[in-house]
Design a protein around this ligand. Structure first.
Ligand code: NAD
Length: 438
């Protein structure tokens, strides 16, 4: 198939590279000329495991190219995917101006039948508006179909998720685009669910809200664990082994963040309200999430008392491991909260330091994770990078002014930390679990 992708960010670039890997001819479009230049020169503007090799291989094979011209992207494609941002507005509603702009650009460029598939996360009924817009602005008056094709990839595992999706959702208004969409996804051997457009759009918001709900649920359980001496990791394993529940997204911590969950939850609450339903359940999910951060900051203040001029080392800035994305990162929020209390920070992240420099000011960025603790009053783990588990704890204990470690991601074993001489505070547990085997 000939495929165009409008918007070459975390979703668009991964989608483009994976479609090319599947044998399709792909043109990725982005309005950011610098990004397109970087890509054309062989650079990769984001960190995503496996992506660089995939992009290079497919560019070399002539299946993947980059341009700033939507017209070129449309001309060279039968199916055009929209993967532009859908950021939140202050009231929680989605700013759909990027989508509307792209719909107009596509309409202006169309000279023959096209399938326009929306991959951006949008509120239910957006597809209708996209179709209306294309119809209004398409001078050539050619036929087209709008499809809703929400994306479920996770940053940090994006290539893997795209190549082996649990399911592909295709929302259509008629049968006409179904066969072509099936051909697009044929190389990935995934179950394809064909629905109407409204349902497809709802599936994405409903799925992300449910995952956020799971995280808030286990975070609420962690409060009960702390009040009783139970261990939230044992509880998560115990409930997660029930196939009806599942273990994933049951890790207590700082709460969810990133560019999707917070905004998608707000958007879903907002569109529900607009449709006449007060989604109180999801409002509570948001409240628990915000409180989880408050509780962790309080834990630090309760231990260190006055933070003014205290030196704190922070491990992790990305919103989760395996990504350089710091958008709505709880780790960044934690840093800013500590700075507000007057703390001076030494910070490290394996991949996200460059992106963090744009949002985190007046901190010392440290290249070596083991050097972060040097001269600090305490150390904080803020992102669950697996490599932090290999931190030289003996060294950290010696170089910290006081051997205090706050672990918001439950990376370490409380008993071992105690044995090493740390004052160790994590989330929802005081002791290591018993002898469970996983
Ligand atoms: P992003 O900011 O990384 O990328 C968007 C890209 O679109 C940017 O490179 C931007 O320059 C470009 N762009 C903006 N307007 C454009 C225009 N008019 N023409 C061409 N390019 C334009 O965003 P993202 O994280 O890839 O998210 C894109 C969409 O996918 C959002 O709706 C998001 O909610 C959804 N989504 C994201 C993820 C994720 O993990 N990041 C997962 C699933 C769905």
């Amino acid at each position: 198939m000939r495929i165009g992708i409008i918007g070459t960010g975390y979703v668009g670039l991964v989608t483009g590279a994976c479609f090319a890997e599947g044998g399709h001819a792909v043109v990725c479009v982005d309005c950011d000329a610098e990004k397109v230049e970087t890509l054309k020169a062989g650079g990769i503007p984001i960190y995503e495991p496996g992506l660089e090799a995939l992009v290079k291989r497919n560019v070399a094979a002539g299946r993947l190219s980059f341009t700033t011209s939507t017209k070129e992207g449309v001309d060279k494609s039968d199916v055009i995917f929209i993967a532009v941002p859908t950021p939140p507005q202050p009231d929680g509603a989605v700013d759909l101006s990027f989508i509307e702009g792209v719909a107009r650009d596509i309409a202006a460029a169309m000279t023959s039948y096209k399938i326009v598939a929306d991959k951006s996360t949008v509120p239910v009924k957006t597809g209708e508006k996209v179709a209306e817009t294309i119809k209004r602005y398409c001078k050539a008056k050619v036929e087209f179909d709008v499809v809703s094709n929400p994306e479920f990839l996770r940053e940090g595992f994006a290539v893997e998720d795209f190549m082996r999706p649990d399911r592909v959702v295709v929302g259509v208004a008629s049968q006409r685009p179904v066969q072509a969409m099936k051909e697009v996804y044929a190389p990935y051997n995934a179950p394809i669910i064909v629905t109407d457009i409204h349902s497809a759009e709802l599936i994405k918001h409903a799925a992300n809200s449910f995952l956020a709900l799971k995280i808030s649920y286990i975070n609420a359980i962690s409060i009960i664990c702390e009040a009783t001496g139970a261990n939230v990791q044992e509880v998560a394993i115990g409930i997660g082994m029930d196939a009806r529940i599942g273990r994933r997204f049951l890790d207590a911590g700082l709460g969810f963040g990133g560019s999707c969950f917070p905004k998608d939850l707000s958007a879903f609450i907002h569109i529900s309200e607009h449709l006449g339903y007060d989604f109180r359940l999801l409002k509570e999910v948001q409240r628990i999430n915000a409180e989880q951060m408050d509780r962790f900051v309080k834990k630090i203040i309760d231990t260190l008392w006055v933070l003014k001029e205290k030196k704190i080392g922070v491990l992790g800035l990305a919103f989760k491991q395996n990504t350089d994305d710091v958008r709505m990162s709880p780790a960044i929020e934690l840093c800013q909260r500590l700075q507000k209390e007057g703390a001076m920070l030494r910070v490290h992240d394996p991949k996200a330091m460059e992106k963090a420099k744009a949002v985190l000011k007046d901190v010392t960025f440290v290249g070596d994770m083991n050097a972060v603790a040097d001269g600090c009053d305490a150390l904080v783990v803020a992102t669950e990078w697996a490599e932090f588990k290999k931190l030289d704890l003996e060294r950290a204990r010696k170089v910290l002014t006081h051997p205090i470690l706050f672990d918001s991601r439950n990376l370490f074993d409380p008993m071992e930390m105690e044995r090493l001489g740390f004052i160790y505070k994590s989330v929802g547990r005081f002791r290591q679990g018993l002898n469970y085997e996983l």
